[in-house]
Design a protein around this ligand. Structure first.
Ligand SMILES: [Zn+2]
Ligand SMILES: [Zn+2]
Length: 137
């Protein structure tokens, strides 16, 4: 997503764009995408600066670090960015910052739910799906 400075009116601008995750190299070993990235950017002018209120969403997929099951969730990242301007700058490319903001909030240990019970250490059964007969808790 690029913002051309001379296209930003005094009253500001709302930009919307769908970006492919591959275009931003957003997938990791752990985190996969199930949708495109939907980005809204509310752009306004400051004094020699551009203020961008960013709202980026996507459906992500990961394996739960406790029960190993794949799960999806909606990731919604809001951030406010500001860029100082001078006469040499004609546009701003938001993509590197969008990428950074997104990856900052990736879970280190994804969990399908806060109280995921994980797997039985004896038989490997997913304890979210009911008890097993091992008697382990
Ligand atoms: Zn889990
Ligand atoms: Zn068991």
């Amino acid at each position: 997503m690029k913002i051309f400075i001379n296209q930003v009116p005094a009253e500001g601008l709302l930009l919307e764009e769908e970006i492919k995750p591959s275009a931003l190299d957003l997938e990791t070993e752990l985190i996969k995408f199930r949708s495109n990235l939907k980005v809204r950017a509310q752009v306004s002018r400051g004094i020699n600066a551009l203020i961008v209120k960013l709202d980026a969403r996507a459906v992500l997929c990961a394996s739960c670090s406790r029960c190993l099951k794949d799960f999806e969730w909606e990731f919604d990242k809001k951030a406010q960015l500001s860029y100082s301007l001078d006469s040499s700058i004609t546009f701003i490319d938001l993509n590197p910052d969008i990428r950074e903001e997104f990856m900052l909030d990736y879970p280190v240990k994804p969990l399908c739910s806060e109280d995921c019970k994980g797997l039985c250490v004896k038989c490997g059964k997913n304890k979210n799906e009911g008890g097993c007969n091992c008697g382990s808790t």
